[in-house]
Write a protein that binds this ligand. Structure first.
Ligand SMILES: [Zn+2]
Length: 180
């Protein structure tokens, strides 16, 4: 084994991702495949992979300059980082924050996120389906943000909320442009 580099198989395209062993000898985080440009999450201990590399969820790369307000995008990117680092509660809280940013940007009135979502729905800014999606994110966000013995995030719920949040953001900011 060449100790100067660590080779990892890209879970997307199968090409080798070659890492310098000195900075990556013990490492938990993200790496980018030079072949397919996708990012994956890895964990290396003592120069060896300890988990199967997992492809990291990301916004559709086709949207090179998405018309999504930067602060909403930044929160959503942070949600992706939390998900990739197996921090489900933090992931869901960041999804809720993205959603809150979206309701504010859409000039929703109300004091709580719940009231803002209702306001957008009452004013026909969001459909019944989007209203249900917003409510699902908000409910889980509350479980993620407030500690109690019964506030538990079930396995897989972070991925589901990340998916729903991505759909909501694309629906509000990207879909209207595609219809033009
Ligand atoms: Zn690749």
């Amino acid at each position: 084994m060449d100790i100067k580099e660590i080779k990892i198989n890209c879970p997307k395209c199968g090409k080798n991702i070659i890492l310098d062993s000195i900075p990556y000898w013990n490492y938990k985080g993200l790496v980018r495949c030079q072949g397919c440009k996708r990012t994956c999450s890895i964990e290396i201990s003592g120069g060896r992979l300890t988990t199967t590399p997992e492809l990291v969820y990301s916004l559709n790369p086709d949207f090179k300059s998405p018309p999504i307000p930067n602060y909403i995008l930044e929160d959503f990117k942070e949600a992706i980082i939390c998900y990739s680092n197996r921090a489900p509660k933090a992931c869901i809280v960041m999804c809720g924050r993205s959603l809150e940013g979206l309701t504010n940007e859409q000039s929703a009135s109300g004091n709580t996120l719940n009231e803002k979502i209702k306001n957008l729905h009452d004013n026909d800014v969001i459909s019944d389906t989007l209203y249900n999606a917003f409510t699902k994110i908000r409910t889980l966000r509350n479980i993620g943000a407030h500690s109690s013995p019964t506030s538990i995030i079930q396995p897989g719920e972070d991925k589901k909320i990340l998916d729903i949040t991505k759909h909501v953001i694309e629906h509000v900011y990207v879909l209207p442009l595609l219809l033009d």
